[in-house]
Design a protein around this ligand. Structure first.
Ligand code: ZN
Ligand code: ZN
Length: 290
């Protein structure tokens, strides 16, 4: 292999790793959208079906990790997956929603608002299928606490550590490691079993708080995405607590993180349903009960 070609291959591999470390892993997105499915009104569900590309086979969950695969094709979309903060456990739209060149509204919260507005407007120039796929993905991402992590360490990506015996980083622990570990330990490596468990929690343990997940106050807001980012920024501070470069994270950290991960997937799923119901059936803040 020529050295130039080798260099290209190495660069592509490094880029792929960097990308893999930048969003809920594909399981997190799939689970979020499976939860959403159960809460869509029949009207919204039909509208979503109409917009799905043929390769989705009629499954919203199949398209929810699509946005991560578009980062080379649509380079502009890269900063839309997160909204990092200076590390004060809070997200401020005016302060934090921009890219590295200080372009305003370029962050996951701005993206959720924009794609919601695009889908609500039948004459919007945006491609409606892509808008749906981006929206479904970003509502998932904003619920991953480390997507509202600290700017200095790129949302935990530069905090290299071990997850049990494997090399990882703090961001990746929250994107994927906790979920795949839980699937292995508690759900027979089966995604659907884990989704059913989360669904049961929503109607059971979390039923009293679930109504509050739907609300954000302030009728002028397009979505409640800013609130979701504030929650993530606060949870991110807990996630960083006591974690140092080069640490090995094991049981203690795992059992601290797992309930948070499950709840964030549940909240992301319920809230995506609220947004889609509002867009497609005008059902403001109401869910199809399951
Ligand atoms: Zn993402
Ligand atoms: Zn990520």
């Amino acid at each position: 292999m020529g050295s130039l070609l080798l260099l290209q291959v190495l660069l592509a591999a490094a880029a792929a790793r960097a990308l893999a470390a930048q969003a809920w892993g594909k399981e997190g997105h799939y689970m979020t959208c499976k939860i959403t499915d159960g809460f869509l009104t029949s009207e919204a569900s039909a509208a979503v079906q109409d917009l799905l590309p043929s390769w989705a086979n009629g499954e919203l969950a199949e398209v929810c990790a699509w946005a991560d695969r578009q980062r080379f094709r649509y380079r502009w979309s890269s900063p839309l997956h997160f909204a990092d903060t200076p590390g004060d456990c809070n997200f401020s739209y005016a302060r934090d929603c921009h890219d590295t060149k200080e372009n305003k509204d370029v962050c996951v919260v701005g993206a959720i608002n924009n794609y919601t507005a695009a889908l609500e407007n039948p004459s919007s120039p945006y491609d409606r299928t892509e808008s749906l796929m981006f929206l479904a993905h970003f509502v998932g991402d904003v619920h991953q606490p480390l997507h509202c992590g600290h700017v200095d360490d790129l949302g935990g990506n530069t905090i290299k550590l071990r997850w049990y015996r494997r090399k990882s980083n703090l961001h990746h622990v929250w994107d994927s490691d906790v979920i795949t570990q839980a699937m292995k330990d508690f759900f027979n490596r089966d995604q659907d079993t884990m989704i059913e468990a989360i669904q049961r929690n929503i109607t059971d343990d979390w039923s009293s708080e679930e109504k509050q997940w739907e609300a954000c106050g302030g009728k002028t807001k397009i979505t409640c995405a800013e609130k979701y980012a504030k929650e993530s920024a606060l949870l991110a501070c807990d996630a960083y607590e006591g974690v140092e470069q080069g640490d090995t994270l094991g049981d203690d950290y795992y059992f601290r993180a797992l309930p948070v991960v499950k709840k964030r997937i549940a909240q992301g799923g319920v809230r995506l349903a609220v947004i889609l119901n509002q867009i497609f059936s005008g059902a403001n803040s109401r869910l199809q009960s399951i």
